[in-house]
Design a protein around this ligand. Structure first.
Ligand SMILES: [Zn+2]
Length: 285
């Protein structure tokens, strides 16, 4: 643990000079903030993308749009743990007041995706290995209950929607778009959570899953979902009403992801601030 803390401190230092990376222009996420805003990050995000066509002047993005961009960027790990989120820089980048940026950062802090430190400012949150393991333990227990619940109640229409999502995941995988794949993978579990009749369980999982993107020790490229197509397997069992097999497949899936936690790969050092700001990857969809 001591060594882990040292490594974390080193990363803190190396990130002090770094700032934000924007991304996720496709933003096709149905993820909602834990505060249950009426506008999901998906809706606000899409509206901004449309508004930014070269033929039209760029209107100032709203608080919801900036929130959605930063939320998705953290979820996709474009903004890695411990990245400093400078108020002035963000205000300048979006052409809005610092008050708006502060409100966005407060919302992200409420989602536990951002931490606000006195005299230091806002940073993308990070999880230690131990905290990550606790997240996966909580996830495993909740996922089992949700998969059982959903297997009993899922409709044909809901299965079709989930199959569409799995297809999108496969496309992201083939395109080697690891950021998009990361978000879509989280979305699969969150969409399942949405179908759960027990709204408390569903809400809990939807708050939990985005936090896996904060795992400091987790190398995103080692996600097993790419090669094994495990979401497809879980979905097939759910669709056929095989509750036990669906739960077993979901548990195998989470075990596999958690194992990757132990294989810590070195985190890429941040590039220059300008590089990060310009690193907006165009949508592949
Ligand atoms: Zn998964």
């Amino acid at each position: 643990m001591k060594r882990a803390n040292q490594e974390r401190d080193d990363h803190n230092l190396s990130n002090l000079a770094a700032n934000i990376a924007m991304g996720g222009k496709d933003g096709s996420s149905s993820l909602n903030s834990s505060r249950d805003r009426t506008n999901s990050p998906l809706n606000t995000h899409s509206s901004m993308t449309a508004a930014q066509s070269p033929t039209q002047p760029n209107p100032k993005p709203t608080e919801d749009v900036i929130y959605a961009e930063l939320y998705n960027s953290i979820l996709e790990r474009r903004l890695p743990p411990e990245t400093k989120l400078g108020e002035n820089l963000l205000a300048e980048h979006y052409g809005v007041s610092r008050t708006i940026i502060r409100q966005v950062l407060q919302r992200l802090a409420h989602d536990r995706l951002v931490k606000l430190e006195p005299n230091r400012g806002a940073f993308v949150s990070s999880l230690s290995l131990e905290e990550s393991k606790q997240i996966y333990e909580a996830w495993r227990l909740t996922e089992a209950a949700i998969v059982r619940d959903v297997t009993k109640t899922i409709t044909r229409k809901q299965i079709t929607a989930l199959k569409k999502l799995v297809t999108e995941e496969r496309q992201a995988c083939e395109a080697q778009d690891i950021h998009r794949l990361t978000r879509l993978s989280a979305q699969f579990h969150m969409q399942l959570a949405d179908l759960c009749q027990n709204k408390f369980l569903g809400r809990f999982l939807k708050e939990l899953v985005p936090q896996t993107s904060l795992a400091f020790f987790y190398e995103v490229k080692s996600m097993p979902v790419c090669t094994k197509d495990e979401h497809s397997e879980i979905l097939d069992y759910i669709a056929s009403g095989n509750e036990e097999a669906a739960v077993a497949a979901a548990m195998r899936h989470l075990d596999g992801i958690e194992k990757a936690l132990n294989a810590r790969a070195s985190l890429k050092k941040p590039t220059s601030l300008i590089d990060l700001l310009n690193a907006r990857i165009p949508s592949i969809s």
